[in-house]
Design a protein around this ligand. Structure first.
Ligand SMILES: Cc1cc2nc3c(=O)[nH]c(=O)nc-3n(C[C@H](O)[C@H](O)[C@H](O)COP(=O)(O)OP(=O)(O)OC[C@H]3O[C@@H](n4cnc5c(N)ncnc54)[C@H](O)[C@@H]3O)c2cc1C
Length: 531
């Protein structure tokens, strides 16, 4: 790469924007192209909750959390099932580098003006041995604004051109090197061909298209359920993964995906099968479409992949979270910026009130708008409403559901004396102050004083592609033989967040936004050194 060459970055999500910010430091001219509109700049990060995985930060220290890069890396490899074999050498190298540099990433962001919520959260507890999820104040929307502000303030800003509405669908090559891109201006149908000394693929994952999701459905989740929602980018159609493969890249592990079990239909969909991901109430009972409790009990916050696998195995691959209004107000949440306006819009008082007194805004929004949420004063009425929403002819039986709820209420009544695994999980959760604040205690589901009853139909929702285009630690795209393809780079979700699968089979959460930033930072560091 020569200093006076042009770099084309395909995709203006968090990874593409950060790559642009980093590469401006090298003195290059940069053309950033995206299929989407200017309002959608920032891609999925804009919609995200903004939780980032960092180890050994001042925020952790403030809460007396002892952590280290080594501890984080050990948790990461165990949870992601990254082996010490050659097949995982690159993902492990990326994971190790990420853990070593994550505190630096935190400082870099705070240096750019990004603020974080006052307490790190403890997600994926079967993986994370300490709380590491640092939530951006302003959600992912705030994070994108931070990067955009830095871009606008960069002294080399006039070397960056951003073009929206351009679909890139091919790579030009010459003598084994990538020399540019081809595509189309989607508004006019005009073909676009641009030459470049370097092309960076930052087009995100592949979970935007139902057919592609099903094509790469993991064997653990077979047969694929009839309804699969998606929270991924609508342009996540694998076009640039295929283009990279066509240029000789290794693209792998597309069946490794980070999906969720709490998917509900979006009531204002902007893409096919558009879903939102609930953060399920932990005191709710998760039952299958027939009303039987799903066993072992489904409790979020420990192993998201495990929950997802369990849901897929239920009749017709869906389930119901059953609770009451009191539990919903205190415990129910929905992932992302859109359903957390208090955090997104920096309204600290509203946020504090929601934590202390319950999130009435969310309760009203969901119960009034979402087709998957039913409310009733008594169980027979609730079951009628649930049956009206049954999938694949699965019948909800009132006696089965009543027995399951009564048994669960009996465990709730026992409190700490209960040996029920869900009760024990609740006890574990309460040990971290941030979780304790968001849990009810002793509220029985069938208690009429805590009503009305609420049931939420949940579907599998596809989200992050953990696999992707294989890259080295400079974000150069590699062939299956391990050679770098001259002129071709990949960052963010397109690159499996680094190395083609930095997380392995599971992610510790926050490693996706983190991976988008980190892969771009590695690209920038290598470019500054002339790679
Ligand atoms: C609701 C929600 C909540 C989330 N919460 C978190 C969280 O708290 N923590 C976390 O770590 N992760 C979270 N994530 C995941 C995280 O947001 C994404 O993994 C990350 O933002 C991906 O960034 P990216 O830049 O690699 O890809 P994307 O954001 O997908 O951006 C890709 C860009 O490429 C463009 N593009 C695609 N194809 C083409 C093409 N052929 N030609 C031109 N342009 C193209 C798209 O228009 C898009 O702008 C969340 C995701 C969602 C949806």
């Amino acid at each position: 790469m020569t200093k006076d060459g042009t770099t084309i970055i395909v995709g203006a999500g968090l990874a593409g924007l950060t790559a642009a910010l980093e590469l401006l430091d090298t003195g290059e001219r940069i053309v950033l192209v995206d299929r989407d509109s200017p309002e959608a700049v920032g891609g999925l990060a804009r919609l995200s909750f903004g939780g980032l995985f960092f180890a050994n930060t001042p925020l952790q220290a403030r809460h007396k959390i002892t952590d280290s890069a080594d501890a984080a890396f050990a948790d990461w490899c165990r949870f992601g099932e990254l082996t010490e074999g050659a097949e995982d050498a690159l993902p492990r190298a990326w994971a190790q580098a990420y853990c070593a540099d994550s505190a630096g990433l935190y400082h870099w962001l705070t240096g750019l003006g990004q603020k974080f919520m006052p307490v790190p959260l403890w997600v994926e507890r079967d993986g994370n041995t300490v709380p590491r999820w640092h939530v951006c104040w302003g959600t992912g929307d705030g994070l994108v604004r931070t990067i955009l502000r830095a871009l606008e303030a960069h002294p080399g800003r006039d070397r960056l051109t951003i073009r929206y509405g351009i679909r890139v669908d091919g790579l030009s090559t010459s003598g084994g090197a990538v020399t540019g891109i081809t595509g189309e201006d989607e508004a006019t149908g005009t073909p676009v061909a641009l030459d470049a000394a370097r092309v960076v693929i930052a087009t995100g994952g592949i979970n935007g298209v139902d057919a592609l999701i099903r094509e790469h459905w993991h064997k653990d989740w077979q047969p694929a359920p009839p309804v699969i929602l998606t929270g991924a980018h609508q342009y996540g159609d694998g076009t640039m993964h295929r283009a990279a493969a066509g240029a000789g890249a290794q693209v792998h592990r597309l069946d490794r995906n980070w999906n969720y079990a709490g998917g509900i239909h979006h009531w204002n969909p902007t893409k096919p099968n558009h879903g939102l991901s609930t953060v399920p109430a932990r005191s709710a009972l998760w039952v299958n479409g027939q009303g039987a409790r799903i066993m072992p009990p489904m409790v979020s916050g420990f192993d998201t992949r495990d929950l997802f696998t369990q849901l897929c195995r239920q009749p017709a691959g869906y389930g119901w979270q059953v609770m009451n209004r009191k539990i919903a107000l205190k415990e129910l949440a929905v992932s992302g910026a859109e359903m957390n306006p208090a955090v997104r819009d920096h309204k600290m008082l509203s946020f504090a009130a929601q934590i202390l007194f319950g999130n009435r805004w969310l309760y009203d929004t969901l119960t009034q708008n979402c087709v998957d949420v039913v409310v009733a004063d008594d169980l027979p009425s609730l079951v009628n409403k649930m049956n009206a929403l049954s999938v694949g002819g699965v019948e909800m039986r009132e006696d089965t559901l009543r027995a399951a709820l009564s048994a669960w209420d009996a465990e709730i009544a026992k409190g700490n004396g209960s040996s029920d695994p869900q009760m024990q999980a609740l006890t574990t959760l309460r040990q971290w102050k941030a979780d304790k604040l968001r849990l009810t205690r002793g509220v029985k589901v069938l208690d009429p004083k805590a009503g009305p009853l609420v049931a939420i139909r949940t579907f599998p929702i596809a989200r992050k592609s953990l696999g992707g285009i294989v890259t080295d630690l400079a974000s150069r795209v590699l062939t299956p033989q391990g050679d770098a393809i001259p002129g071709l780079y990949a960052v963010g979700e397109a690159a499996g967040f680094g190395g083609g699968n930095m997380n392995g089979i599971r992610g510790l959460e926050g490693t996706f936004l983190g991976g988008a930033l980190y892969t771009a930072r590695r690209l920038g560091a290598a470019a500054r050194e002339g790679a």
